[in-house]
Design a protein around this ligand. Sequence first.
Ligand SMILES: CC(C)(COP(=O)(O)OP(=O)(O)OC[C@H]1O[C@@H](n2cnc3c(N)ncnc32)[C@H](O)[C@@H]1OP(=O)(O)O)[C@@H](O)C(=O)NCCC(=O)NCCS
Length: 264
Amino acid sequence: MITEEVLKDIFKPNNLKWRTAITKVEPNRLLTRGHLQEDLIGNTSFAEMIYLLINGEEPSKNESKMLEAILVSFCDHGVTPPSTQSARLMASAGSPMHACLAGALLAFGENHAGAIEKSMQVLQEGINKTRSDMDIDSMAEIMFDYFMKREEKIPGFGHRYHDEDPRAPRLMELAQEYECLGRHSELALALENLLFESKGIRMNIDGANAGILSDLGFDWRLGSGMFMIGRLPGIMAHVHEEVTRESPFRKVFEMDEIYYDGKE
Ligand SMILES: CC(C)(COP(=O)(O)OP(=O)(O)OC[C@H]1O[C@@H](n2cnc3c(N)ncnc32)[C@H](O)[C@@H]1OP(=O)(O)O)[C@@H](O)C(=O)NCCC(=O)NCCS
């Protein structure tokens, strides 16, 4: 017989299959990270809500302004990124909005949007694995040599189109102003100095945001997700523009631009 004792035993926290510290759902009551959702609505910005959900606590006013700026910086890079092109082509083919957005997110890969997570990992491992008394410049030199010896590019630096990505220095300037510039960003800046001296390469948006997000306490495995949150509104704007301004079934190439070099 299922007695009250048996039920209590079944529903002991350790016996439950799912556990979460994010939101407690009860009839007529939603408690997220210790805050009633009706109190959060109207009092909490979207950036603050993201910070609360992910880090489990409310950000300071400065941290909140910094995260807001980071999300804005991710918003759009025109028609050029593969994710935006994928979404616009899908829209042109008649796919619904949710499919176009999913298509854009699935187009993110190692070579597009992959650098933020890699950059965060490099900076976080650099800071975590080296002696805490080691100065940032020495740490940057060791890391720089490591990458150069392997002839590998350091994620978060260089850009196919911009010599100086205008978003990176602005983000660093704000990190300074909001007192959010910590050891990870200092390491990114020290790496930038070495790359600029040797190759004329500067920090890009991913390097800047990787440093600052790491200083704000975000784990490197969250990097791509943070990028997606920021970029999704831009992709949605592109999908809507494609649907409302362009003819369906967009022609990407003229037939005479396609060269067949297979078997005849
Ligand atoms: C974005 C990227 C692909 C552009 O590459 P690119 O077009 O070859 O860049 P450039 O032609 O300006 O490179 C010039 C030189 O700098 C080097 N270089 C470029 N980015 C570098 C980096 N991040 N680390 C080390 N060296 C780099 C190139 O290897 C090249 O060296 P060489 O002249 O000795 O051969 C490249 O910078 C890169 O892979 N960066 C890291 C990944 C990244 O952050 N991506 C996000 C971009 S928003």
